[in-house]
Design a protein around this ligand. Structure first.
Ligand code: ATP
Length: 355
């Protein structure tokens, strides 16, 4: 059993009359990398700032390593923080930026110099110690900001959208570096992002937030494949919503447009004539050639996007538009717009059937 390191107990945060976090309970294990994921304004940064000590909860308590920290100042909490804007001191070179927290803590000079050199190695910039922020790329500045946060050996690392200001390519390479450094140090890390792909790729667990509350907490695989709520299913990954109508509940017969299929997953509570929606991931749909034992629908290709490893095909089934993700096997030619074909899926791949 992993050891719990940080606990948020019944946290509520109100700004004026606006309650932005409501009765939130959350715990983090020692050495774990957890993302807080959710749309803009859902309260992710507020949670992070309460953990850091920049905001006080209106109600509730925070514990780290067995002791209450709710009322401690940020400087007493032993946390390192990295923000979206690199926020390096412009008048200090890289070394002095990284050594800043050590100086404030009164670490002897020789020891601080050694630690700074170690940190420069850790972030892969051993030769850039004398540079100033304006002489570095955005990605390099963010690595320096990370080294500055880690230099005083904090017990927790808090990252607030640290990759948002960077180009797509750098973002991917830096997120891998952050994850590797975090693993190497074994430091408990909380990462705020609104980018679901980023959260899926980097985290041990994801906390999906919506309007100040938690929708689901789970490993990326779990959150993506078994979303606990319709919000999570929509927010994490692409979702097809197939509108259908119950034709004959007893026979599990469902009409999708003009076509009839048998859906074994049909809830027992539905009635004949009732509209329902099936939720399916794009990769759960496939093209059917010849016989198939799953559910098949006639479809017309409307758009084809070549994404490299995946080919995303937009199809129309009656009035319903669906995304079908095909694995690029490098042999089969992608379908063409205007083509008619059959798309299939299996009952067990339907994420949910809602009335
Ligand atoms: P984003 O991704 O846009 O940063 P977020 O999920 O991190 O969003 P928060 O920054 O935590 O969201 O904000 C949550 C809500 O709290 C928002 O409605 C915001 O306007 C409000 N809020 C945050 N800080 C303050 C403050 N100091 N005073 C008043 N309202 C605030």
């Amino acid at each position: 059993m992993a050891e719990e390191f940080l606990n948020l107990e019944a946290i509520t945060k109100t700004f004026g009359t606006n309650t932005v976090i409501k009765d939130l309970d959350l715990s983090f294990n020692s050495g774990e990398f957890v993302s807080l994921l959710g749309p803009s304004g859902c309260g992710k940064t507020t949670v992070l700032r309460m953990i850091a000590g920049f905001e006080k909860p209106t109600k509730g308590r925070i514990f780290a390593d067995g002791r209450e920290i709710t009322h401690l100042k940020p400087s007493q909490r032993n946390v390192g923080m990295v923000f979206q804007s690199y926020a390096l001191f412009p008048n200090l070179n890289v070394r002095d930026n990284i050594g800043f927290g050590l100086k404030v803590a009164g670490v002897p000079r020789a020891k601080a110099r050694e630690r700074v050199a170690e940190m420069l190695e850790l972030i892969g910039l051993p030769d850039l110690g004398r540079r100033y922020a304006f002489e570095l790329s955005g990605g390099q500045q963010q690595r320096v900001a990370l080294a500055r946060a880690l230099a005083p050996s904090p017990r927790m690392l808090l990252l607030d959208e640290p990759l948002s200001a960077l180009d797509a390519k750098i973002r991917v390479s830096l997120r891998e570096q952050i994850r590797n450094i975090q693993r190497e140090l074994g430091i408990t890390t909380i990462f705020v992002t609104h980018d679901q792909e980023e959260a899926l790729s980097i985290s041990d667990r994801i906390v999906v937030m919506n309007a100040g509350h938690i929708e689901q907490v789970g490993a990326p695989f779990e959150v993506y494949n078994r979303p606990a709520t319709p919000f999570v299913a929509n927010f994490v990954g692409t979702l097809n919503r197939v509108e259908a109508r119950v034709k004959n509940a007893a026979a599990q017969e469902v009409a999708i447009g003009e076509q009839s299929v048998v859906l074994k997953k049909l809830p027992a509570t539905v009635r004949d004539g009732e509209p329902i929606v099936l939720a399916l991931r794009p990769e759960a749909l496939n093209l059917v050639n010849g016989a198939d034992d799953g559910i098949c629908l006639n479809a017309r290709v409307e758009a084809v996007s070549f994404l490299g490893s995946v080919i995303r095909v937009g199809v129309a089934v009656g009035d319903t538009r669906l995304h079908v993700d095909l694995f690029n096997d490098r042999r089969s030619a992608p379908p063409q717009p205007g083509e008619t074909l059959r798309v299939g899926f299996k009952d067990e791949d339907v994420i949910s059937v809602t009335a």
